[in-house]
Design a protein around this ligand. Structure first.
Ligand code: 5RP
Length: 262
């Protein structure tokens, strides 16, 4: 059934499917954004429809809200839910301390708010997301459109005094127009190469006027689930210090693969 899936998509599916074990009836669940999180939403939707799972989902983007509703998951706002049992989301990079770069899909602001309003954040990823040090993936920073060039200049100036390899700051585009987030803001992608002190950088960036939030998630993630294309899912829990591996039965995925093809 997975014949049509690339190895990377199979790995994303495996991580997402394993993450469903962190969800039980009655829970309020933060739903991440991106291609890996889409597998999670599809999988949870299938459990709602086929197995009677009862959850409410708080999406981290308009895209995920649409996907969740289409999958049959009851969607509520964070204002309604107030606090969540778990948030499950993808990442662009994670390091050995389980600090993350997020925002490749432009949803970092809602993703950070939702994740920090949760008892637990579970990150789902394929093996390509694991890094020794954060920074090869350009760090997304959400900025207010008003005076964004000034904000970009201030960011660039700030970077020159910090332990980073590069300092190129590029406005994210969507075709010929600036990329605009769900909150109506712009994204600046910081091409840093390597971040020496991610904790310090995260704090300093948020002091710059015009910066709304940055894509560094420090001490927010509790569990990383790494999916492999052969069906293995590795679960690393930072709180218990445990690492577990299990095999995700791919046969159960038939309905989801059929849905994805629709
Ligand atoms: C969106 C994100 C995503 O979680 C991140 O970009 C990973 O996406 P994908 O699962 O498609 O690789 O932060 O803002």
């Amino acid at each position: 059934m997975t014949d049509n899936l690339s190895p990377i998509d199979t790995a994303k599916f495996v991580a997402a499917r394993r993450a469903c074990d962190y969800v039980a009836s009655g829970m309020r669940v933060g739903l991440g954004t991106g291609s890996t999180a889409a597998w999670l939403v599809k999988s949870l939707g299938e459990m709602v429809r086929e197995e009677g799972l009862k959850i409410t989902g708080v999406p981290t983007s308009a895209r995920t809200a649409d996907l969740a509703r289409a999958a049959g998951i009851e969607v509520v706002s964070l204002e309604e839910a107030r606090w969540l049992d778990v948030t499950i989301d993808g990442a662009d990079e994670f390091d050995p301390e389980m600090n993350l770069i997020k925002g490749g899909g432009g949803a970092l602001l809602m993703e950070k708010i939702v994740a920090t309003a949760s008892d637990q954040m579970v990150v789902i990823a394929d093996t390509t997301k694991e890094v020794a040090a954060l920074g090869a993936f350009p760090l997304p920073v959400e900025v207010i459109p008003f005076g964004w060039q000034t904000t970009r200049g201030l960011i660039q100036e700030t970077l020159s005094g910090l332990d980073v390899m590069g300092d190129r700051v590029v406005q994210r585009m969507a075709g010929d127009a600036p990329f605009v987030t769900d909150q109506g803001n712009f994204i600046l992608d910081l091409h840093l190469g390597r971040i020496g002190n991610a904790r310090q950088l995260a704090l300093i960036l948020n002091q710059i006027p015009g910066v709304v939030e940055n894509g560094l998630f420090i001490d927010i993630c509790d569990v990383v689930i790494i999916g492999h294309s052969d069906g293995r899912a590795e679960v690393r829990d930072i709180n218990s210090g445990t690492v577990e591996e299990s095999l995700v039965p791919m046969g159960e995925a038939a309905n989801i693969f059929r849905d994805m093809a629709d």
